[in-house]
Design a protein around this ligand. Structure first.
Ligand code: PSU
Ligand code: MN
Length: 288
């Protein structure tokens, strides 16, 4: 690979934020990756074609397109085979990124085990277990069961690395209080762990968890109260599976009067920066 590249997902454009916030944050993440010495590649399926790297116009069009399918790994063939347009979750993004030789991705929160629905486990976890991509996030989405998500990641052999933190970040809040498998303090520390795993022939990727920047973080109890209320509303409305995240994020935004959206944007910008630095460190590290 000529240049360090950072893959970016497109579900946050179609389902994570409303228009025009979605355009702004997607373009901003691309700009931040470039400003930190790597090339961004936002991944999506446009009219039945896998696209690794979207133009600004394509990002704007996707952000306003109605009824785009949120694609996890299982959905890719369906959308491609029918010539449709789909956005990619972490699972689908890393699957396509790895096929294109990209091994670092930045996102907000990965999927995991849902609260009260321990069999609703995101395919993000299964895909991370078999696809060698280092995913930079602010922890699993806070609306999940974080302890069960960590247990599941352990079973799957995916290391959880805290970036400048000893505890798992809780997305809108800086800490869940749960311990990570290892704390690292520099991009080079991450790169050395990734290289060691590749040299071992370990399958799958790594989860690098970066706390939301202090100035945008929600107090843990404020985030927790909003999440619990949003979960009650989702359960009362019978909303599950792929629809759960978009529904709950919108409810949490209402309950926190937009503070959750500001936290989400701040952590995405920060993760784009950290992912670019890790991609650069991996690029320059001598092969083991
Ligand atoms: N985090 C957010 N908003 C999102 C997502 C994560 O704050 O929209 C998306 C990501 O694309 C993630 C996906 O991969 O949700 C997981 O969805 P599911 O639980 O349906 O696998
Ligand atoms: Mn889910």
């Amino acid at each position: 690979m000529q240049q360090p590249v950072v893959a970016l997902e497109s579900t946050l454009i179609t389902h994570g934020f409303a228009y025009p916030d979605n355009v702004h944050i997607a373009l901003e993440m691309e700009r931040i990756v470039r400003a930190h010495g790597a090339q961004p590649a936002t991944i999506a399926i446009l009219n039945g074609q896998v696209r690794v790297g979207l133009s600004e116009d394509e990002i704007r069009a996707l952000a306003q397109a109605p009824n785009v399918r949120k694609c996890s790994t299982r959905d890719l063939g369906i959308v491609l085979g029918r010539g449709e347009t789909g956005s990619t979750t972490v699972a689908a993004t890393i699957f396509l990124a790895a096929k294109h030789g990209i091994h670092v991705m930045a996102t907000g929160g990965i999927g995991g085990v849902h609260r009260g629905h321990p069999f609703d486990v995101s395919a993000d976890l299964t895909e991370l277990a078999r696809t060698p991509v280092t995913v930079v996030c602010a922890g699993p989405k806070a609306l999940l069961d974080l302890a069960l998500t960590l247990e599941h990641l352990e079973t799957l052999g995916v290391p959880v690395i805290g970036y400048q933190t000893d505890t798992l970040p809780a997305f809108f809040a800086r800490s869940s209080g749960l311990p990570v498998d290892a704390r690292v303090d520099t991009p080079e520390d991450v790169a050395r762990i990734v290289r060691a795993r590749r040299a071992l022939g370990a399958p799958g990727g790594e989860l690098v968890c970066v706390p939301v920047p202090e100035e945008a973080a929600l107090p843990a109890e404020v985030a927790e109260a909003a999440i619990a209320e949003a979960q009650r509303r989702a359960d009362a409305a019978g909303i599950r599976g792929a629809a759960a995240t978009p529904f709950m994020l919108a409810e949490i935004a209402r309950l926190t009067e937009g503070a959750s959206v500001r936290a989400n944007m701040a952590l995405l910008r920060n993760n784009a920066r950290v992912a670019a630095a890790i991609a650069r460190a991996l690029h320059t590290l001598p092969t083991i």
